[in-house]
Design a protein around this ligand. Structure first.
Ligand code: LLP
Length: 445
């Protein structure tokens, strides 16, 4: 395990203000909760910009780096515009993400399309908008993409997604690089794929290979191993087929610090391992230093985000737990129930009061498993208190649902005491706006 370095649980601008409330981006979180209601996602612009700068600085010693923020972590038009303004490109995985980044004004040549089952409509949208790279996942997609590109008289620029056979220690649902994964070509299949591209798929131009080993990764050695596999494979393909492929996509995966127990490497640690591993692999396999793509998602946006909830009911189980229920839960943050994810929190209206009581924070959804925080020490809690859960910028809004027919929360971007709503709260009418009742049922109600 690396030593704990510069990853923070809270947004960088988070502090207690003179009224004794928590503030982020110079904005009082209790006031934001009043203004916009709860649950409320709050994103700190400064933290996002700072982390983007850290990524750029950390990799500045390597000549040819493309930062592609993984949109799946959080994809809205405003956050896309923000991250794009830091010079990042985007990894997208659906028509919805493609459309969002396009509408946010992103130069589509800086967008890379991933996914193990891209649809015809999504591939057509990507081709029409001039997406920079397709990471092709399987034989079916090779043939389909070639066909579609041909019908449009275009050439699709591609990488081949491979399965590097590397297991990382993270939750099994978010491991992707092991041999049994649903993603990518097995290393025994890459020759056949390259052969097909060269001999039959004249509307595909191959530039290199791609792998992604998993998410919420704390080890650095797995990146060393991954790079060794990628560079070795690139060198092998080049020499076997007489090619000069020079691009590798290393994927994302850097973990973040959700609780004090977590000890992820910093962006600088990971950059050091990646660049050193590239140097040694390049020497070992006798190739030119390749152009690299990185796809960080969580580590760019997670600790910039907090979620505010209002505390409602409580229940003391005789001789057991003390539950406090909030007005959100598994629909706005499914991570605790899906991955047993743990979170840290403070009471935004009294963050510095002594944390004396062990409590459980329950969600409001109709499932026993809807527990946001199993056990946390907090001060005396009263109904109406505002709970601030940290590190919710990634994979919260993006995985939110309307379970129990509950409206999705609003999102606010804060910076320098300024706040802007960037996603509106859904209304009851939004919830029924896509419902259609057949005529024959209308008179029976
Ligand atoms: N590139 C590819 C090809 C990916 O599949 C992913 C994440 C990323 C990049 C970004 O990984 P990151 O830097 O964010 O770890 N819903 C789960 C995480 C699923 C990640 C899926 N792929 C969670 O909430 O933990």
């Amino acid at each position: 395990m690396p030593e704990c370095t510069d990853q923070y649980i809270k947004p960088l601008t988070c502090k207690t203000n003179e009224t004794g409330h928590l503030e982020v981006g110079g904005c009082d979180l209790v006031e934001l909760a009043k203004e916009f209601g709860t649950p409320l996602y709050v994103i700190d612009e400064y933290t996002v910009r700072q982390i983007c700068c850290d990524y750029k600085k950390a990799f500045s010693s390597y000549k040819n780096v493309n930062m592609m923020y993984a949109s799946k972590a959080l994809c809205t038009m405003a956050t896309t515009a923000l991250i794009s303004s830091e010079g990042f490109g985007f990894d997208v995985v659906s028509g919805g993400e493609i459309y969002t980044v396009h509408k946010a004004g992103v130069d589509m040549s800086k967008v890379l399309f991933n996914g193990n089952n891209k649809s015809v409509d999504e591939l057509i949208l990507a081709l029409d908008l001039g997406i920079g790279r397709f990471s092709v996942d399987n034989f079916f997609e090779l043939s389909l993409l070639n066909e579609l590109a041909k019908s449009k008289n275009k050439t699709a620029d591609i990488l081949l997604r491979i399965t590097p056979g590397i297991e990382c220690h993270t939750h099994e649902y978010i491991q992707t690089g092991h041999l049994d994964s649903k993603f990518g070509f097995d290393l025994t299949q890459t020759d056949e794929a390259v052969d097909l591209i060269l001999s039959q798929y004249s509307n595909l131009k191959l530039h290199g290979i791609h792998a992604h080993i998993g998410s919420q990764i704390f080890e650095t050695k797995v990146y060393h191993d991954e790079i060794d596999v990628l560079v070795k494979e690139l060198a092998r393909i080049n020499s076997k087929f007489g090619l000069k492929l020079n691009q590798i996509n290393i994927g994302g995966g850097l973990g973040v610090k959700y609780t004090e127990k977590d000890c992820p490497p910093s962006v600088y640690d990971i950059a050091g391992v990646i660049t050193k591993s590239l140097d040694s692999a390049v020497k070992k396999y006798g190739v030119e230093p390749p152009e690299i793509f990185l796809e960080p998602g969580r580590s760019v946006i997670s600790n910039a985000g907090v979620t505010l909830y209002t505390i409602g009911s409580s229940k003391q189980v005789p001789k057991g737990r003390l539950y406090f229920a909030v007005d959100g839960g598994m629909a706005d943050n499914p991570r605790p129930s899906m991955y047993q994810a743990e979170y840290s929190a403070l009471i935004a209206n009294k963050p510095d009061n002594e944390a004396l009581h062990n409590v459980t924070i329950a969600g409001r959804f109709c499932e026993s498993g809807d527990i946001l925080i199993q056990e946390i020490k907090l001060p005396e809690i009263e109904e109406g208190d505002i709970l601030c859960v940290f590190n919710t910028g990634a994979y919260n809004f993006s995985m939110a649902s309307n379970y129990n027919r509950v409206e999705k929360p609003a999102m606010v971007l804060v910076n320098n005491s300024q706040f802007d709503m960037i996603v509106k709260r859904e209304s009851l009418n939004d919830l029924i706006s896509h419902d259609v009742v057949p005529d024959r049922l209308k008179n029976n109600v």
